[in-house]
Design a protein around this ligand. Structure first.
Ligand code: GAL
Length: 430
C-alpha cells in the first residue's frame, strides 16, 4: 500500500506527465464486463487516456451483463493470489472486499485531489470502507427508465409515453395489435430483477421500495403493494416474445433500436447502445422514467475498487488510473458514450443529451426530496448474499407460472436470514 509521501510523489509524476510527454510506467490490469457496443466504446476512452500517458492497459474482460460472471472470475484470481489492479465492483461488495483486506487505501490521493469536495455524499460513502477511500466512482446510471422506439409507437398509434401502469398496458396492447413485440426483455436473472425493482418502485412508491426492498421489512413485503407489484410484474411477461429466455440485454435493446419491439425497461447503459447505433434521443428513441417513477431515481454507480499490489511500477500505474478516473475530462468523455452522467457535482452538462440532462436534474431533485434510492438489482444496497437470494426468488417467480404471488411473498420474507457468508469462502483460503 502506498504511504502519503509515495502518493504525493506519484501525483507529482502524474501532473508533470499531463503537462509533458508520456513516461514509461507499469501495466494496469482491469477487470470489467463492458463488452457491448456502447460499453466497449466507453472503455476505449479510458484505455486511450492511459496508454497516451505511457501505461500499458491489460483487459481482464469477463462477458456477462451486470457482472455476475466477472465476480466469479475475480474471486478465483484473488484466491490464486493474483488480483488485478482494479475491478469493476459496486456498492456493499466494495466493503466486503475491503473487509478481507484486499483493497488499497486511496485516502492520500483523495485528499490531494479533494474528492470529498466534488463527489455527492451518497456516492462518496459507497467508495469508503470505515471512512477510507478504497474505490473510485466513474458515473451514475439511472435504472428506472422506459425506452421506446419512436417509429413503432407512431405506427401503433401510441401518441404519448405511458406515465402509469394502466397506460403502459393500453400502449402495449396497441403495439401488439400493430404487429410488434410490445416489451423487449432478456430472460436472465439480473434483467428480471431490474424490471422487478422498477415495477416495485412504480407500483408501491419510494417508501414501499425502501421498506420492502432495502430494509427487507416483513410487513412491507407482505403488503398489498407487493401483491400488486408481483401481479404487474407477471402481467409484463405476457408482452414479451418467446425468444426472451437467456437473451443478452444489448441484444434486447437492439430489438428496440431495429424497430422490432416497442419498449424496454433498462438502466441508461441502454442509451449507450442507441447512441452507438447512431440514433438520436427524442427523435429515433425516447427515454422516460418508468411508469409511476418520475419523482424517484434508482441509482447505480459504476466504480473501480483498487486491489493491493506488490510492485512499485504496478502501484504507480494503478494510482494513475485512479487519478484519470476522477478527472473531469475522462468523466465527460466516458459518460457521453456510456449513457450515464458524470459523478462530479456541478460538471457542465452542455455536451450531454436530453436524457442525461434529465437524469442530472432528477438526481439532485430526488436527493433533496428523499426519493433517491439505491438499485437493489445492481448491487447498490444489499449484501452480496441477500442480493443473490432476492434475485433468485424474483427469477423463479418470473419463470414459474405455477408459483403463486403468496408463495413468492413467503420466499421474499425469508430474505432477512440470507445475510452471511458474504465472501467468506475467499477469506477462509487467504
Ligand atoms: C450494470 C452496470 C453497467 C452495465 C450493465 C450491463 O450493472 O452498472 O455499467 O455494464 O450492468 O452489463
Amino acid at each position: 500500500m502506498l504511504n502519503k509521501n509515495q502518493w504525493r510523489c506519484l501525483l507529482a509524476v502524474g501532473m508533470s506527465v499531463l503537462a509533458s510527454a508520456a513516461v514509461h510506467a507499469g501495466e494496469v490490469e482491469v477487470l470489467h464486463y463492458w463488452t457491448s457496443g456502447g460499453e466497449a466504446q466507453s472503455v476505449q476512452e479510458l484505455k486511450a487516456m492511459m496508454t497516451a500517458r505511457g501505461h500499458s492497459w491489460k483487459d481482464f474482460t469477463v462477458a456477462g451483463g451486470a457482472g455476475g460472471n466477472a465476480m466469479a472470475s475475480l474471486k478465483q484470481r484473488v484466491l490464486d493470489g493474483n488480483a488485478p489492479a482494479a475491478a469493476l465492483i459496486k456498492g456493499p461488495a466494495i466493503q466486503e472486499w475491503a473487509e478481507l483486506n484486499a483493497l488499497t487505501n486511496l485516502d492520500a490521493m483523495a485528499l490531494f485531489d479533494k474528492w470529498d469536495d466534488f463527489l455527492p455524499k451518497v456516492v462518496a460513502d459507497q467508495m469508503k470502507y470505515k471512512g477510507h477511500y478504497v474505490a473510485v466512482p466513474v458515473n451514475v446510471h439511472r435504472v428506472n427508465w422506459l425506452w421506446a422506439n419512436s417509429a413503432v409507437l407512431k405506427k401503433a398509434g401510441v401518441t404519448v409515453m405511458p406515465t402509469n401502469w394502466d397506460e403502459f398496458f393500453v400502449a402495449a396492447d396497441k403495439i401488439r395489435a400493430a404487429g410488434f413485440v410490445p416489451l423487449a426483455h432478456g430472460g436472465q436473472d439480473w434483467q428480471d430483477f431490474t424490471v422487478f425493482e422498477t415495477v416495485a418502485l412504480g407500483v408501491g412508491g419510494p417508501e414501499f421500495y425502501d421498506k420492502a426492498l432495502l430494509k427487507l421489512d416483513k410487513a412491507a413485503i407482505g403488503s398489498d403493494a407487493m401483491k400488486k407489484t408481483l401481479e404487474t410484474f407477471r402481467r409484463l411477461k405476457t408482452y414479451v416474445d418467446a425468444k426472451a429466455p437467456g437473451r443478452d440485454w444489448n441484444v434486447t435493446t437492439d430489438m428496440v433500436i431495429k424497430g422490432k419491439a416497442g419498449f424496454q425497461f433498462m438502466g441508461d447503459w441502454a442509451k449507450g447502445e442507441f447512441l452507438a447505433a447512431k440514433q438520436m434521443p427524442g427523435k429515433d428513441f425516447i427515454c422516460m422514467p418508468a411508469p409511476g417513477t418520475a419523482n424517484a431515481y434508482t441509482y447505480n454507480v459504476d466504480s473501480f475498487a483498487m486491489f493491493q499490489l506488490k510492485s512499485w511500477e504496478a502501484q504507480k500505474a494503478q494510482g494513475y488510473l485512479a487519478y484519470v478516473l476522477m478527472g473531469k475530462d475522462f468523466q465527460e468523455r466516458f459518460n457521453l458514450r456510456k449513457g450515464s452522467i458524470p459523478v462530479h457535482l456541478n460538471l457542465n452538462m452542455d455536451k450531454f443529451d436530453e436524457c442525461a440532462k434529465r437524469s442530472n436534474v432528477d438526481f439532485a431533485a430526488t436527493a433533496k426530496a428523499g426519493t433517491l434510492l439505491p438499485s437493489v438489482a445492481h448491487g447498490m444496497a444489499l449484501s452480496t448474499a441477500q442480493q443473490t437470494a432476492m434475485r433468485a426468488a424474483v427469477n423463479e417467480f418470473w419463470n414459474t407460472d405455477s408459483m403463486s404471488v403468496g408463495q413468492a411473498i413467503g420466499r421474499l420474507q425469508t430474505l432477512n436470514a440470507a445475510v452471511a457468508p458474504k465472501l467468506a469462502h475467499v477469506a477462509e483460503k487467504k
